[in-house]
Structure formats: structure tokens, C-alpha cells
Design a protein around this ligand. Structure first.
Ligand code: KG4
Ligand code: ZN
Length: 350
């Protein structure tokens, strides 16, 4: 079975070709066009601009991904959650191709895609699995007892983890998007330099909260720097020589606060639900310090639980993960007629 994956939920236009043979997944192509440069000047993703950029790219990318190949057997497209106008570009593309080629279409939930990224490289994933989805729009802990069955056991009550990284980057005047930039600065800083709060770390549930942490960073920064959006950060005491070190310490201390909460909740959930596997997904999963510390925590606390770090190229948004999830839907013949497929910006995974 040859699956065409289509992903346009936010600011990456991505198309992939995935071949499935005897249950083995072989990724043939995974084209990703990032719109980061376009949105950087606005300091965030502008939905209308994102949609227009998808429209400008998708036809040429389709030509590149298909090459001289025969038509795929299945078209898998992200139908939500995401930005409405951006999602529509992928959905309308899938609808048109489904009609023209007379091929079945699968509507894939973007978060399911982030989970199924793990099947692109890991062959044997035992259930029950605990999935930690940490992206720019979501922070969720989900239990999977079998394929395509999800039970939400915890989520953020306010900001998503990635959103918090991005906002901290903005407070510190770092380039957009803040997540990778904060992670980079953190490598030069001291994780113990500043004691930031670990919101909800002791709560008995599996929910998260990141907005208070972001506010703590805002106040700390205001106390040390003059914040003026038109100029770079300047020390309130007019001493700019230590600026880079202070920023690195804020980044490292903030990142460690996030990691502590995320790992504590994940380990507690894995113990409670006696899972055999822990899976990661979403852009924040690209954070190497988080991956490293999670691996240590699992080895120390749950030596029998399987965890394999997700390769960075599958953490952020990509169509390969959508094709992978689409394959499992296709096995169950969960197709949707091309006339009926719709974008659902608020589609909950579970
Ligand atoms: O999954 P994703 O590509 O898009 C959404 O579905 O939201 O995640 C993007 C998020 C952004 O907030 C970005 O700043 C964050 O992932 N991110 C990171 C890192 N790389 C990307 N956050 C922390 N550390 C990173 N290395
Ligand atoms: Zn995503």
C-alpha cells in the first residue's frame, strides 16, 4: 500500500510518500517546507499568511513528491486540530486528488500523527502505551491500549509547553520561534541559577499549567532588564556586560522547571497505568535535554518500560507521521468519502 500524506495544519507545508509492505513501513519521501522565515517578522504564525503560503507551495511539492510514481493507493490528510484556513488547503487538496484519482481518503487527527511518528522507525511498540504529546498547541498525556484508541488522562489547563517556550523567547527578545532558541541558550546556562516554580508538580492528577511559569519569567526579566519592545533587552542597572549569561541562566532554569514537571507527571502516569511503552511526540519533543532526562528517569523508575527517543526530524510537523497514522486507519478501512471530508480546527483526539 502506498500512502500519500498531506500536512498543512500550521506553518509547515508537508507531503510524504509511505510504502507499507507486510506491515513494514518504508518512508520514501518526506518533503517539508517551513514558513518560519515568513512568520518571524510578525513574531508568530499569522493564519491567513500561512494558508496563502500553503497554496503557493503545495502544487509544486505534489509534483516533487510523486515524481514518476503511479498514483498512491490512499490519501491521508490532517483534518484537525489546527488553523482553519491552513487546514483547508490540505483538505481541499486531498478532496480533489481523491475525486480525480478515485482513491480513498483518510482524515487524520494531527495529534494522532504526532503519536504515529513513532511507528516510522520503531517496529515493535507494545501496548498499553503512554503518549506524551508536547507541541506548540497541545500538552497531553494519552493512554493507548490498542491502535487508534486514545484515552486522555491529562492536559494543560492553560498554555501548551511549546507556547510557553515561545513566549519566554519573546520576553527575552530571542528570535522566533522561541522553543529551539531557548533550548540553545539553555546549554550555556545554569539550571539551578534561578528557582522558578514547577506548577502542579505535586497535584494528584496528570494535568499541567504553564502560564504561571511564563509570568514568573516575565517578572524576573522585568526586575533585571529594561523591557522595551522596540529595543533589545537592556539591564535595568545599566550593566549590559552580563546580559548573555543572565539570559542563558533564565533559559536553563526555565527549561529545567518545564522538564521537571513534564517528567514527574509522565513517570507517575506510566506507573499508575502500568504501561509497557512510553512514546513522545510534538515539536517540544525535539528538546534534547528533555529526551535525555526522560530516558534517565524511565531507566531509574521503570526499568521494564520501553522508551526510544523520537528522532528530531519526526518531532515537528511533517506529513510522514500523517501517512503513518493514515496507514493504520486504512487497514481498518476507515475512509471518508471525498465529498464529506472537512477541516475541524478543534478536533479533540480523545
Ligand atoms: O508540533 P509542532 O511542530 O507544531 C504544533 O503542532 O504546534 O511544535 C512546535 C512547537 C513550537 O512551540 C516550538 O517552539 C517548539 O515546538 N519547539 C521546541 C523545540 N523545538 C521546537 N521547544 C523546546 N525545545 C526545542 N528544542
Ligand atoms: Zn504539531
Amino acid at each position: 500500500m502506498l500512502i500519500l500524506g498531506v500536512e498543512t495544519s500550521c506553518d509547515e507545508t508537508s507531503l510524504a510518500l509511505l510504502k507499507a509492505k507486510c506491515g513494514k513501513l518504508e518512508l520514501q519521501k518526506n518533503l517539508i517546507f517551513s514558513q518560519i522565515k515568513t512568520h518571524a517578522k510578525y513574531g508568530g504564525v499569522v493564519p491567513e499568511v500561512a494558508a496563502r503560503a500553503h497554496v503557493e507551495k503545495i502544487a509544486m511539492m505534489l509534483k516533487d513528491v510523486l515524481g514518476k510514481k503511479t498514483k498512491p493507493d490512499v490519501i491521508a490528510v490532517t483534518a484537525g486540530p489546527g488553523l482553519a484556513t491552513a487546514l483547508l488547503v490540505g483538505v481541499e487538496t486531498a478532496r480533489t486528488l481523491g475525486y480525480l484519482w478515485k482513491k480513498p481518503v483518510v482524515a487524520v487527527n494531527h495529534l494522532a500523527g504526532h503519536i504515529y511518528a513513532n511507528w516510522l522507525y520503531s517496529k515493535q511498540i507494545a501496548f498499553p502505551a503512554l503518549c506524551l504529546i508536547i507541541s506548540g498547541g497541545h500538552t497531553e498525556l494519552v493512554i493507548m491500549k490498542k491502535h487508534l484508541k486514545y484515552k486522555l488522562i491529562g492536559q494543560t489547563r492553560d498554555d501548551a509547553a511549546g507556547e510557553c517556550f515561545d513566549k519566554v523567547g519573546k520576553i527575552l527578545g530571542l528570535p522566533y520561534p522561541g522553543g529551539p532558541e531557548v533550548a540553545k541558550r539553555a546549554t550555556q546556562g545554569d539550571t539551578k541559577a534561578i528557582k522558578f516554580p514547577r506548577p502542579m508538580i505535586d497535584s494528584p492528577d496528570f494535568d499541567f499549567s504553564f502560564s504561571g511559569l511564563k509570568t514568573a519569567i516575565l517578572y524576573y526579566t522585568k526586575n533585571h532588564f529594561k523591557i522595551d519592545s522596540s529595543t533589545p533587552l537592556r539591564f535595568a542597572r545599566n550593566d549590559n556586560t552580563k546580559k548573555d549569561k543572565i539570559i542563558a541562566d533564565i533559559c536553563a532554569s526555565f527549561q529545567q522547571a518545564c522538564i521537571d514537571v513534564i517528567i514527574t507527571k509522565t513517570i507517575a502516569a506510566a506507573k499508575k497505568y502500568k504501561v509497557k511503552t512510553i512514546l513522545l511526540g510534538g515539536g517540544v519533543a525535539a528538546n534534547s535535554e528533555l529526551q535525555k532526562q526522560l530516558k534517565i528517569a524511565i531507566t531509574d523508575n521503570l526499568p521494564k518500560t520501553k522508551y526510544t527517543a523520537l528522532p528530531v526530524e519526526y518531532c515537528g510537523d511533517n506529513a510522514a507521521m500523517i501517512a503513518a497514522a493514515g496507514y493504520f486507519h486504512a487497514l481498518k478501512k476507515q475512509f471518508i468519502p471525498w465529498e464529506k471530508i472537512n477541516a475541524d480546527p478543534n478536533w479533540d483526539l480523545a
